[in-house]
Design a protein around this ligand. Sequence first.
Ligand SMILES: CC(=O)N[C@H]1[C@@H](OP(=O)(O)OP(=O)(O)OC[C@H]2O[C@@H](n3ccc(=O)[nH]c3=O)[C@H](O)[C@@H]2O)O[C@H](CO)[C@@H](O)[C@@H]1O
Ligand SMILES: C=C(OP(=O)(O)O)C(=O)O
Length: 439
Amino acid sequence: MIGGSKVSSHSEVIFPKTLKIPGGQAPKGVVRVSGAKNSGTRLLAAASLTDENVVLTNFPTKLVDAQHKIRFLREVGFSIDVDYETEELHLSGGVITSEVLDSYDYPIRTTYLLVAAQIVRNGVAKIPYPGGCKIGSRGYDLHILVWEALGCEVKELPDYIEVSGEFMGGTIDFPISTVGGTENALLCGAVAAGTTVIHNAYITPEVSDLISMLRHMGAEIKVTGNSYIEIQGKSGLLSGVHMPVMPDRIEALTWIVLAILTGGELLIEDVPFEHMEIPLLHLKDAGIDIFRNSTSAYITPDCLRSTGIQPFEVACGTHPGVISDMQPFYVLLAMNAMGISRVYDYRYPKRIGYVDELAKFYPGAFSSEEGCITIKGGMRGKAATAESTDLRGSMAVIMAAMMTEGDSTINDAHMALRGYNDLLGKLEKVGINVEAVYG
Ligand SMILES: CC(=O)N[C@H]1[C@@H](OP(=O)(O)OP(=O)(O)OC[C@H]2O[C@@H](n3ccc(=O)[nH]c3=O)[C@H](O)[C@@H]2O)O[C@H](CO)[C@@H](O)[C@@H]1O
Ligand SMILES: C=C(OP(=O)(O)O)C(=O)O
């Protein structure tokens, strides 16, 4: 077992299908926020742009998405050693092929970030279609725009996308703020011949982490203001690097909300406060004052003002505001507010599927329409059997199971383990009893 998850003979983590959770549990103890999924998995893509050694520390080694990304890279020829105890990843290149990844059976989102590594070595890349959580439209046209703007040809074949040619510098003008598009443009521009300009780049903390790693690998990247990037491409591979993965701001918020809602007592370490100002302001506004130093939050029932959680309205959109991946945790908070709250999601208006599952615990508490969830707080919940609709929705129902009385069952809980590294190990450490059913 690795921290509550089983390990196969190839030292890979096997994820549980169902969780059985007794209700009325509150976490007590210390929990450390892991390296961010939305940073680690793209730093791994940057690591594939060199034949020299790369070491990634604080890497969320037990995440579902990390496991699949590591498998993809091994399948095309990279040698990767994973140390689950120290959370380090050692990666070195070799003969990198552009094989079709025919054993692809898991819909991770960022397959497009594997293109740059294959093009720069072989002039052709074959990647599985991008997947990701079912939270509404998740197009990939902006990735095609990147590859074509840098001079490559793109074919959408029945089982995979084929990109061919050589990357030459070019101008990319994104019509909307796109995290993945900006990351893809950075990776491709770094190995292209010539200068690449990105207009309307979306520079989130995780994108800044990627820029920082690429710079350490020798890429010349100039950022002007909030959204203009210029890259002097290296016309080939980059150098090796040793880089830590930044802590996960969504995980940090999740632990804070869980401790507040269950009346737990949790010391949360490695909280990236600098990237969470506005999300935390909304908590304060709702009546939650957290005890903190510069990197840890200490949550006890005293963090809640005597008036309890106040009803609120929050709009989820782009950083530095509350991002859509945090949306379900404000909905959960609103469950405990005395009155009606509204949570809007402008980024993924269709990220409302999980609300029907949450309603199994709190019947009659929600009404939702595209882009807006209305929550009637203060209702008494009950145990339920709920499905996992998406990563954050799965975590929300796991939390609801702890908050309500009785035994609940959460199906397809591996979805939550896409974004919460070693979740079961961490819950066990803070005294939360969860039975994991495999197979
Ligand atoms: C792995 C990762 O980092 N995922 C995050 C990333 O997703 P991801 O990188 O997929 O999200 P984007 O920022 O690219 O998407 C923003 C919007 O653009 C649209 N779009 C995107 C690409 C494209 O080719 N065409 C297109 O139309 C999307 O459908 C969405 O409506 O940012 C999202 C917020 O922005 C987060 O919720 C995801 O957790
Ligand atoms: C939607 C998410 O991730 P992805 O883009 O990887 O599906 C998420 O992290 O909530």
